[in-house]
Design a protein around this ligand. Structure first.
Ligand SMILES: *Cc1c(COP(=O)(O)O)cnc(C)c1O
Length: 361
């Protein structure tokens, strides 16, 4: 067996101990005689998995008691609509910050359901940094304020949260969930697709403050309704059983093997630093994100020459470093170095980049 270093932005690497455990339990989950893929979601054995997974989310992320953890479907993109349908119900207004493509998509989707205002954007700078904000632009009667915490395509991250007063802060945390501790109490709602740091694609994690579980807009599909989802333990219909189970294994890995999210963060910071330190002294490669906005999950860089970028991607692939090509809309390179990427993978990548630099002076 040989495994590559996979820098995919998502779906992305899973921790090897998780894959091994899933493989070991594949044919006969804990004496049940079935795979988790095959069992009824109403069975006792799956209920135990569900309960343990819920408890682990709360423990690992330190989620306060007045928040619900929902397992939804349709990916983060479905939440672009579900958030306004559930939350934009009082003044019918919401404020959005555009820090990249996903936040722009979230804004466009929400604007179909109410009065959405862009209160900051870094589009003119090709989203190379988190936008500077003028709090005077924020609307105090908005039903919520939306940000995308880590911008997967551009490799930027919010270092400080905007002060939105009593307006609930909503964040898309798809590409930074579980990468470091998050103070959940600062948010009204958090959501994330699973396929970056949590599990295979298929489950979407929604963490929502209980007082926001009201009546959604008229016409909201039942499957989008947070209140219905919450009242039915996310099992109004068949939940994505397999990704839920894998998220349990990932949470156990973070808790038992890594030692929790503080340790996870230390590890992730160390990994990202290896790459950024190299980029900062390289004569060939250059980081794309402004230094004060740099993400520890997605590192974007270029050579400044499209043909050379293409050559790098091709040669890196042949050397066992896959998916380093930047997002199709921005080009260049991107190394997504989520939780499961071992430090060794980055050390080896930097060695490869040094060699490429020497050969292409
Ligand atoms: C990947 C990603 C999305 C899209 O997620 P889907 O689950 O494919 O809908 C949205 N937001 C961010 C920040 C992402 O990284």
């Amino acid at each position: 067996m040989s495994r590559v270093y996979n820098f995919s932005a998502g779906p992305s690497m899973l921790p090897e101990p998780v894959l091994q455990k899933a493989a070991a339990e594949m044919m006969d989950y804990q004496g049940s005689g079935q795979s988790v893929m095959e069992m009824s979601h109403r069975s006792k054995v799956f209920d135990a998995i569900y309960q343990e997974t819920q408890a682990l989310w709360r423990e690992v992320m330190n989620i306060p008691d007045n928040y619900k953890v929902l397992f939804m479907q349709g990916g983060a993109s479905t939440q672009f609509a579900a958030v306004p349908m559930n939350l934009m119900t009082k003044s019918g207004k919401a404020d959005y910050v555009l820090s990249g493509q996903f936040s722009t998509k979230a804004y466009k989707e929400a604007a179909r359901y109410g009065d959405c205002k862009v209160v900051g954007s870094s589009k003119e700078d090709n989203f190379s940094h988190i936008p500077l904000l003028d709090p005077k632009e924020f609307r105090p009667d908005a039903d919520y304020f939306h940000i995308c915490l880590n911008n997967t395509i551009y490799g930027t991250v919010w270092k400080e949260l905007p002060d939105t007063g009593n307006v609930p802060l909503v964040a898309d945390i798809s590409s930074c969930i579980l990468s470091k501790p998050i103070d959940v109490s600062k948010f009204g709602l958090l959501y994330a697709g699973a396929q970056k740091n949590v599990a295979p694609a298929g489950v979407t994690i929604v963490i929502v403050r209980e007082d926001l579980l009201g009546e959604p807009m008229e016409g909201t599909p039942t499957m989008f309704n947070y209140k219905v989802m919450s009242e039915n333990d996310s099992m109004y219909n068949t939940p994505p059983c397999w990704p839920i189970y894998i998220s349990k294994l990932v949470l156990e890995w973070i808790k038992n093997d890594i030692g929790g999210l503080e340790k996870m963060e230390e590890r992730n910071v160390r990994k990202a630093q290896l790459l950024y330190d190299f980029l900062d002294q390289s004569t060939l490669f250059k980081g794309c994100a402004d230094k004060d906005s740099r993400s520890i999950m997605n590192v974007t860089f270029v050579t400044g020459d499209k043909d050379l970028d293409a050559k790098f991607v091709k040669e890196s692939e042949a050397a066992g470093f896959v998916n380093l090509k930047g997002h199709r809309s921005v080009g260049g390179m991107r190394a997504s170095i989520y939780n499961a990427m071992p430090e060794e993978g980055i050390v080896k990548l930097v060695e490869f980049m040094k060699k490429f630099e020497l050969e292409n002076k």
